[in-house]
Design a protein around this ligand. Structure first.
Ligand code: LLP
Length: 431
């Protein structure tokens, strides 16, 4: 039933804790639902990369640019930054967040398929490290904006290698038919255009084939295509100095999921890039935060349906949308440690939102629970709070960061007043 051991989370004295703090204490003080992040978990996730890639070595020509899209609360970004991460951002909002958390612009990569003129200008004015361009029209626009501003844009072209990552269709990005990147077979022409346009300095190749990859084989296939391309481009006079190899490994969500092999991943990266004399960037998101975060929620009702038993929670699809959107699995643990002998019975774990899709789990074997009990959704640190919305006028839930036995609210709970404050009544409806 559990994915233990999860760094940072463990039962102590019969209660689930985060970095030693009982989750009951946080729920009592802050209310539920609430996201809770473990600093020990964040550090352990970083160590997996640091160890596999020997990041501390002075000759490591490599950067980890944390993909903010996975989790962009300032305190989490700063925890990452203090460990040595740069940032990968996909909007001007994320760029501002990275900078507000202390990551300088020259350690930020700007990715994304639809950057606007304003976003490109903001990135250039900030002195961004690299803009990953995904199409010819974007190249043209970036050239125009850079020329207007009198600067030279450091450009990597995102190439679509046509490799199926074998992951969920909604998060596969490197197949020919996907909206991302420039077709591999047209890479040469695109780089030639970038070289010819004013205001651009094409210096890198970027790749990203998808998310939640538990096997390194698709990475191997995609990265294997790079060497040739680098040599071809250099022969055409384009000085490729940087390789951005995209997002990181996946994470085990189910107890039976395989644990990704960081050493094998590092080997694939090393083999694909050795001898190319390039600086390498990785943009992991999920693997740096997923296991370090949980969603804590309370049982409102245990409802006996005609054929099913429902556990109705105060958390809903607007707080954690992954199960509704991708049929994703999150392990659900009772905060009060269950008796190992307690019988398991199949539950439908649902939220209060008025949609049948607001279902976290179907026929999940769980120990008996009562109204008022707390449950924790594990592995919810990535693509959890960041994908939340306010459907059914449910305010965004707060976030708590725990570190070495202490904790603080790092994002307060949104209120209904906050929601109403953004709106106004048109003149014809007033008074
Ligand atoms: N770089 C680029 C260009 C990306 O598109 C992504 C993720 C990443 C880096 C980070 O990849 P990661 O290390 O997290 O796998 N909402 C979905 C995941 C969407 C991922 C989109 N791109 C989910 O909840 O599973």
């Amino acid at each position: 039933m559990s994915c233990f051991p999860v760094p940072g989370f463990a039962y102590h004295d019969g209660v689930l804790t985060a970095d030693g703090v009982p989750l009951t204490e946080i729920a009592a003080a802050v209310g539920t639902p609430v996201y809770v992040y473990s600093t020990a978990g964040l550090e352990a996730a970083w160590r997996a990369y640091a160890d596999a890639f020997a990041l501390g070595r002075p000759d490591a020509r490599m950067d980890i640019c944390y993909a903010l899209k996975a989790k962009s609360t300032l305190a989490v970004i700063r925890t990452r930054a203090r460990l040595g991460a740069g940032a990968d951002v996909v909007s001007v909002g994320e760029m501002r967040r990275a900078m507000a958390a202390g990551i300088p612009a020259d350690r930020i990569v700007f990715s994304g398929v639809g950057k606007t003129r304003d976003e490109l200008a903001a990135a250039l004015k900030a002195g961004i490290h690299q803009i990953n361009v995904e199409s010819l029209p974007e190249l043209d626009l970036l050239s125009a904006v850079a020329t207007e501003l009198g600067v030279t844009a450091p450009v990597a072209l995102r190439i679509n290698p046509d490799v199926d990552a074998g992951t969920h269709g909604k998060i596969s990005t490197g197949r020919k038919e996907d909206k991302f990147g420039i077709d591999f077979d047209h890479a040469g022409e695109a780089f030639a255009r970038a070289k010819a346009l004013p205001g651009l300095r094409p210096l890198g190749i970027a790749l990203h084939i998808g998310s939640q990859l538990l096997s390194v084989t698709p990475f191997q296939r995609a990265f294997g295509k790079i060497g040739d391309l680098v040599h071809r481009l250099r022969a055409a006079g384009i000085g490729i100095e940087r390789l951005d190899l995209g997002g990181g490994l996946g994470v085990p969500y189910r107890p039976e999921d395989r644990t990704p092999d960081y050493a094998a991943y590092a080997k694939v990266v090393r083999e694909a890039t050795s001898g190319l004399d390039c600086h390498v960037t990785l943009e992991p998101g999920r693997s740096l935060v997923a296991a370090a975060g949980i969603l804590l929620s309370r049982v409102v009702y245990v409802k006996e349906g005609l054929h099913r038993r429902f556990l109705v929670l105060d958390g809903a699809m607007n707080d954690l949308i992954r199960p509704s959107l991708y049929d994703a699995w999150h392990t659900i643990l009772p905060v009060k440690e269950p008796d190992p002998e307690a019988p398991l019975s199949p539950m439908y774990v649902v939220g209060p939102v008025c949609e049948t899709g607001d279902t976290f789990a179907r026929e999940r074997p769980l120990t008996p629970m009562r109204a008022g009990d707390l449950v924790a959704f594990l592995t919810a640190g990535a693509y959890g709070a960041v994908m939340a919305g306010t459907y059914n006028s449910r305010p965004l839930v707060p976030e708590v960061l725990v570190a070495r036995g202490g904790w603080e609210v790092v994002r307060r709970r949104q209120t209904v007043a906050d929601l109403l404050e953004m709106e106004s009544m048109p003149a014809w409806l007033t008074p």
